[in-house]
Design a protein around this ligand. Structure first.
Ligand SMILES: [Mg+2]
Length: 440
């Protein structure tokens, strides 16, 4: 059994060669008499043990039973399993005077289990971790190059990676890193730029309470919740696809603004019967993962909203079918059962989308820090900037460059990883829902 002998360990218990005292850790404790236990935890003598071996049930019980009765305090106990190999990190305080017995019991347990053990005597626990942020890194595949880039930027900004866990393995790999010593305002733009250069996705969020509890998620519809543009589906029924595409092109080139382009495109729909709405609803293709995202958010008790520059006649029923409670979109004027080619009411443009996010948040009694906005277009930019977390989803390059967070993978449910949920948790929740509520 491979056992690494701890540097500085005294004495020689079973299976342990005798060693001279190390850097006087235990002597230091003796010299301070009985007062050391009353000091802050950072001054206390502690023993750190790291065990590695094949994962199997009963490890923790074997370990704890072996040292139970020695009066030691468990200050920390963490473990991770990677490809069937478990690594357990244990930090003990209130150490007994007979430290050899403690170490021998740990060593004996590890020998029996066939585990590697390293023991290190020292002082205290980790120092308090301040200014913590959560960095979520996604890739398909996720490469060492990507993590080299992330860790370099974290270090350059004074950060330290305290903890890493995997949130998903397939179809994309997602890692969540808890980083201390830096802040969102500095790290977020630097990592976003590096991610865009290196070809992975990254999100930086404040750690702590803002990440826990209920949130509001507001989504754009066209090319975000769905793969289509509703105006194009309507235009196809009117035989006006080419005209609409020409206006869209002019808007994208900046020759006309969004409101003008909307009016011009809606004008092409004049004369269509209202039955076209049913036809278009049947044409809509949800984005992969959309149903899972919405259903999971609803399971969590989160509020969900849609805000669209498209049309309420199509977006409203879509929201109802998904159980989405908040909806705002443009409305098409209908006279005698036919579209007039005009919209009614306020046009839902870039500014209106951001106002709508605030209105939904107010209605839910949630602060903006607890809001998430997802969109792909230029008219989503204000909404993305207003939200606590703004996610550019498979966005146009200009939008991607302006947004804090970009997802460039075609799975809308990857948003759940950015919120800190693992694929296992998402799949467990899905298994508890009706089968017909899942993505096909
Ligand atoms: Mg869109």
């Amino acid at each position: 059994m491979p056992v690494a002998r701890p540097a500085g360990r005294r004495g020689g218990g079973a299976g342990w060669p005798a060693a001279s005292p190390g850097p006087c850790v235990r002597d230091g404790r003796a010299a301070r008499g009985g007062s050391w236990q009353d000091r802050g935890v950072l001054d206390r003598l502690t023993l750190s043990a790291t065990l590695t071996g094949p994962d199997r049930p009963g490890i923790t019980h074997a370990l704890m039973s072996a040292i139970a009765g020695l009066g030691t305090e468990v200050l920390d106990l963490e473990q991770v399993v990677v490809r069937g190999q478990v690594t357990i990190a244990l930090l003990l305080g209130s150490l007994p005077d007979d430290l050899d017995t403690l170490q021998d019991r740990l060593a004996g347990t590890c020998a029996r289990l066939g585990y590697r053990l390293t023991i290190d005597e020292g002082l205290g626990d980790n120092p308090p971790r301040l200014k913590r942020v959560v960095v979520t890194v996604l890739g398909r595949p996720l490469r060492a190059t990507h993590l080299a880039a992330v860790s370099r930027v974290v270090t350059e900004h004074g950060g330290n990676i305290d903890r890493i866990r995997r949130l998903s393995r397939t179809p994309l790999t997602t890692l969540e890193l808890v980083v201390s010593g830096t802040d969102v305002a500095h790290l977020r733009p630097a990592l976003a730029a590096t991610a865009a250069e290196t070809g992975f996705d990254v999100s930086v969020s404040p750690a702590g309470l803002a990440r826990q509890g209920r949130r509001l998620v507001v989504m754009d519809v066209d090319s975000t919740l769905i793969q289509d543009e509703v105006i194009e589906l309507l235009a196809a029924h009117a035989g006006k696809q080419a005209e609409v595409a020409a206006v869209t092109g002019a808007a994208m080139r900046g020759e006309i603004d969004f409101t003008e382009s909307l009016h011009q495109r809606v004008a092409t729909l004049a004369g269509l019967p209202v039955s076209v709405f049913d036809a278009v609803r049947a044409d809509i293709r949800l984005t992969p993962g959309a149903r899972t995202l919405v259903a999971t958010l609803r399971d969590l008790g989160f509020a969900v909203g849609l805000v669209s520059g498209g049309f309420i006649e199509v977006v409203g029923p879509l929201a109802a079918s998904l159980g989405i409670e908040h909806v705002h979109a443009n409305a098409l004027e209908v006279v005698d059962g036919h579209l007039t080619g005009r919209v009614t009411g306020e046009v839902v443009d870039r500014a209106a989308k951001a106002r709508t996010l605030r209105r939904f948040a107010d209605a839910e009694g949630l602060p903006l820090s607890r809001t998430v906005a997802i969109g792909d277009g230029a008219n989503d930019l204000d909404m993305l900037a207003t939200a606590g977390l703004g996610i550019a989803f498979n966005a146009k390059p200009a939008v991607r460059a302006s947004a804090d967070t970009s997802l460039n993978l075609p799975y809308l449910d990857a948003v759940l990883y950015l919120l800190g949920f693992s694929r296992e948790e998402v799949e467990d929740a899905a298994a508890q829902r009706r089968p017909d509520a899942e993505d096909a």
